[in-house]
Write a protein that binds this ligand. Structure first.
Ligand code: SAM
Length: 275
């Protein structure tokens, strides 16, 4: 595996403040977190007792999306931004199960992801981890390691899964994603999950937990989330709650949204195709 730092570089972590990656890891039941992160996770669980199940369902949606992209859409290159800490099934595992030659770049701003990715990917030459910032999309596009690993003349799946909520609309996250999508070949895809606001109290509680623990974690209307896709057409079934979202089986018999548990109406997913 290649990494963006020397192999023996040991990043230092500020463990006194919670980080998004480590709080999410704590919610998923992982071990790569510190006391401040566990306190952050506890706050989420106080406001949304099923926050851990939301995180697990988000990971399951990530896998469903990658399976669709690798199998049905024939994608063999993945740029997974805000990839998070390695957990049970990761993008490279889901993709390479279907296509062993699939190439994956993990990008995360939190250096702990790089540290743990090194161990996980020591024997996987098709996957690299890079520390970089979505807010500086051009630096991602200019990154030599990424350019050597992915062929930008062919379609790439850009994954921005579980990240938009951490940025306020005033920061214009859609513009960062637009810069990245503009650099991708026709036939590329954009895969997003985000916190939704359809007026339910538990959705608002999720936002409160995020704002109090991390200082971010906003909810958005479905109409606003659709704008993240930059006008590109969504593949069926479109944007939907995670439990109803099966891009490989868009006609699957799914429960009505009203039949879902309230915690299952906190996140939505969608995939769009660049024509
Ligand atoms: N994508 C994974 C998933 O859905 O399971 C992880 C989602 S986790 C909630 C959000 C991740 O985005 C964290 O690992 C965090 O470090 C990362 N992140 C936050 N801000 C970022 C930024 N500006 N650039 C890159 N990654 C970022």
């Amino acid at each position: 595996m290649a990494t963006s730092d020397a192999p023996d570089a040991v990043p230092s972590f500020d463990t006194s403040q919670p980080t998004i990656a480590r709080v999410y890891d704590a919610l998923l039941g992982g071990k790569d977190n510190f006391a401040a992160d566990r306190e952050g996770a506890a706050l989420y669980l106080q406001y949304v007792p099923d926050a851990g199940r939301c995180a697990i369902e988000n990971r399951e949606a990530l896998v469903k999306g990658v399976q669709y992209l690798a199998r049905s859409a024939g994608i063999d290159q993945f740029l997974d931004i805000g990839s998070g800490l390695p957990t049970q099934k990761n993008t490279h595992e889901a993709a390479q199960e279907i296509n062993p030659t699939a190439r994956v770049v993990y990008v995360d701003v939190d250096p702990i992801v790089l540290a743990h990715g090194q161990a996980l990917l020591a024997t996987n030459d098709s996957t690299i981890v890079v520390t970089a910032d979505l807010r500086e999309p051009q630096t991602i596009l200019d990154n030599e390691e990424i350019r050597q690993h992915l062929d930008f003349s062919r379609p790439i799946a850009l994954m921005v899964v579980g990240i938009h909520m951490h940025f306020h609309d005033d920061e214009k996250p859609d513009e960062w994603v637009r810069t990245l999508m503009d650099a991708l070949a026709p036939g590329s895809y954009l895969f997003i999950t985000d916190f939704v606001d359809t007026g339910e109290p538990l959705q608002k509680n999720m936002e409160r937990a995020g704002l109090e623990s991390l200082g971010n974690g906003w909810i958005r209307t479905p109409e606003r989330i659709e704008q993240h896709f930059l006008g590109m057409p969504l593949v069926p079934p479109g944007l939907d709650f995670l439990a109803r979202w099966f891009p490989e089986e868009p006609d699957a018999d799914v429960p009505d949204a009203a039949e879902l548990q309230p915690w299952q109406r906190i996140l939505m997913a969608g995939i769009a195709k660049k024509e």
